[in-house]
Design a protein around this ligand. Structure first.
Ligand code: DC
Length: 230
């Protein structure tokens, strides 16, 4: 039996790392829903709908039908990469600038409705691991396994900071921490589909857990669900 696995949690808690590992191990499809919100944000930035202290929501809503988000497999890494209107934007969506505008974009109900519909279609055959903020609460409220990941803001900022340095970006740790804290605030307090732990989700705090141990814990939970043991 194939199941649906929903992995929600705060930014930079390693959701995508564990989701990718699980999908690979189980031969499931992995969907990074944050990448979809980031691609819409990149579109809004390029059109000039969002910039520092400015957000023209109405223009973005009016153009939603012109935005097509797809995934393409990178043959070298075997990872799915996000495309915006057929342009691979996997690298462009990971900047601190996109990170600073994505949470306001993700508060727009029309944006959410469009992406949630697409996510539900991608998962309707089961055998999917999806990570995001509202997967266990809104996208797949009936998912067989729901994980909710947390870690301290400082630890998460340190991880994101290291990632940005590793890819060659010049960044300041304090700016990354401020972005993590600000996104937590917007993501948890927005009206439409705020980040909350689903009642039946299993919470995992990985401030001090290594990636390997965490993967084995979650893989065991998945195996139990697949076997119908719990
Ligand atoms: O996982 P991430 O950091 O790439 O997500 C980027 C932003 O997108 C995050 O700050 C909130 C938003 N998001 C969302 O609202 N719902 C999702 N399912 C996934 C992401």
């Amino acid at each position: 039996m194939k199941i649906t696995i929903a992995i929600d949690g705060y930014s930079s808690t390693g959701k995508s790392t564990v989701a990718k590992q699980l999908a690979e191990w189980l031969e499931y499809i992995y969907v990074d829903t944050g990448a979809m919100y980031r691609a819409v944000t990149l579109y809004a930035m390029r059109k000039g709908y969002i910039s520092d202290g400015f957000f023209d929501k109405e223009s973005l809503i009016a153009k939603l039908d012109d935005i097509e988000i797809t995934f393409v497999k990178n043959t070298a890494t075997a990872k799915a990469e996000v495309c915006l209107n057929a342009e691979n934007v996997e690298r462009e969506i990971r900047t601190l600038e996109v990170s600073s505008f994505v949470s306001p974009v993700a508060t727009v109900s029309e944006v959410r409705a469009k992406l949630v519909e697409q996510q539900q279609k991608m998962g309707d055959t089961k055998g999917v691991v999806m990570d995001g903020r509202d997967i266990g609460t809104v996208v797949f409220p009936n998912a067989e396994l729901k994980i909710f990941m947390t870690a301290s803001a400082e630890e998460r900022a340190q991880r994101r900071y290291q990632e940005l340095l590793d890819r060659g970006d010049t960044v300041d740790y304090k700016a990354v921490l401020a972005n993590v804290v600000e996104r937590d605030e917007i993501d948890t307090t927005r009206e439409d589909s705020p980040l909350v732990k689903a009642a039946d989700a299993i919470e995992i705090d990985n401030t001090e857990t290594n990636v390997e141990d965490q993967f084995h814990t979650i893989l065991q939970l998945a195996k139990d669900r697949i076997a119908g043991r719990v």
